[in-house]
Write a protein that binds this ligand. Structure first.
Ligand code: NAD
Ligand code: UDP
Length: 319
């Protein structure tokens, strides 16, 4: 495989940090661009020094809302806060990141004749009326709700991707990512997996929103990153769903975390947030047949590895 120069925006975040490591280990030159809003270069851990010293890794602190010129072969565009707590913190900035940020990265890809990958989301399906969700489902999204800055922002980003493809013949890849978890999620991330595990480890009750009957399907991060690389290096534009199709309710997730920590956990109920999707499960037919993609890490294994990570992360944040 030839060595490429690859830009990863949002590369200091949860998924981006795993992607940077994977691409670096494949021998590529990796440029990690991030404004460190929800990510940190600490996510590269002990590998950071070695990577920089190799001359094949560079960190650029930059906001994708501002244009930048870099010569690259491929762009994985991940920059955007992903947790509802973080993307609702400054919704106008979230829209700017999704729309202007994607526009800027498309300009960069066009200028460099590069290939551009967009980290889209299952949120483009909104609160889905079709279940499981195939890629040809157009979704059920509230355009003016509190999740819209993210959902509609990502939908416009997909539109921009396909307009650049049609109008400028740009090579594009669009992945629709379903709920992903694993090491390097931030302790204060606010998503259900990190909340539940941190609450369990701190001896606090688990905050179940609503009655806990809503479903999600959780993918371990190494499986997702494998899907990213397969899609980027395939001939498919997408959109293609990536995730794990094992669906469970939030109450079933509580049980899975009880098994991982080896004890019964107290639960406290909180109101269901506005527009919270009732069900979510990817139809992975396209990913399986077109990319040979298969999620391999079981929920039990993935939760165990994530619990181990959060034990260390909580110890560091307490010291
Ligand atoms: P994350 O919040 O850990 O990572 C996002 C990264 O983008 C952070 O490092 C953050 O600092 C950076 N960032 C945010 N705004 C930026 C800006 N304006 N300029 C430069 N950098 C910026 O989230 P994640 O879970 O790693 O998500 C990565 C991508 O995957 C996001 O685009 C997200 O929408 C998408 N996604 C994630 C999931 C999931 O379950 N984790 C699901 C669907 C889609
Ligand atoms: N949720 C919960 N308790 C929490 C955080 C989230 O019950 O502490 C619920 C949330 O209402 C949603 C599901 O868990 O139904 C997944 O939420 P998350 O924020 O992880 O991701 P989403 O898929 O909603 O973007």
């Amino acid at each position: 495989m030839s060595r490429k120069t690859i830009l990863v925006t949002g590369g200091a975040g949860f998924i981006g940090s795993h992607l940077c490591l994977r691409l670096f280990d494949e021998g590529h030159r990796v440029i990690c661009l991030d404004n460190c809003f929800t990510g940190s270069i600490d996510n590269l851990g002990e590998r950071y020094r070695e990577m920089v010293l190799s001359g094949r890794f560079e960190f650029v602190r930059h906001d994708v809302v501002d244009p930048i010129k870099i010569e690259v072969d491929q762009i994985y565009h991940l920059a955007c806060p992903a947790s509802p707590v973080h993307y609702q913190h400054n919704p106008v900035k979230t829209i700017k990141t999704n729309v202007i940020g994607t526009y800027n990265m498309l300009g960069l890809a066009k200028r460099a004749f590069g290939r551009m990958f967009q980290a889209s989301t299952s949120e483009v399906y909104g609160d889905p009326a079709v279940h499981p969700q195939p890629e040809d489902y157009w979704g059920n999204v509230n355009p003016i709700g509190i999740r819209s800055c993210y959902d509609e922002g990502k939908r416009v980003a997909e539109t921009l991707m396909f307009d650049y493809h049609r109008q400028h013949k740009l090579e594009i890849r669009v992945a629709r990512i379903f709920n992903t978890y694993g090491p390097n999620m931030a302790v204060n991330d606010g998503r259900v997996m990190s909340n539940f595990i941190c609450q369990a480890l701190r001896g606090e009750p688990l905050t179940v929103y609503g009655d806990g009957s809503q479903t999600r399907s959780f993918c371990y991060v190494s499986d997702l990153v494998d899907g990213f690389v397969r899609l980027m290096n395939s001939n498919e534009t997408g959109p293609i769903n990536l995730g794990n199709d094992r669906e469970l309710t939030m109450l079933e997730l509580v049980n899975a975390i009880e098994k991982a920590v080896g004890r019964k956990l107290a639960v406290t109920n909180k109101p269901l947030p506005q527009d919270d999707p009732k069900q979510r499960q990817p139809d992975l037919t396209k990913a399986r047949t077109l990319l040979g993609y298969e999620p391999r890490v079981s929920l039990e294994d993935g939760i165990r590895r994530t619990v181990d990570y959060f034990k260390k992360a909580l110890a560091v944040s307490a010291s």
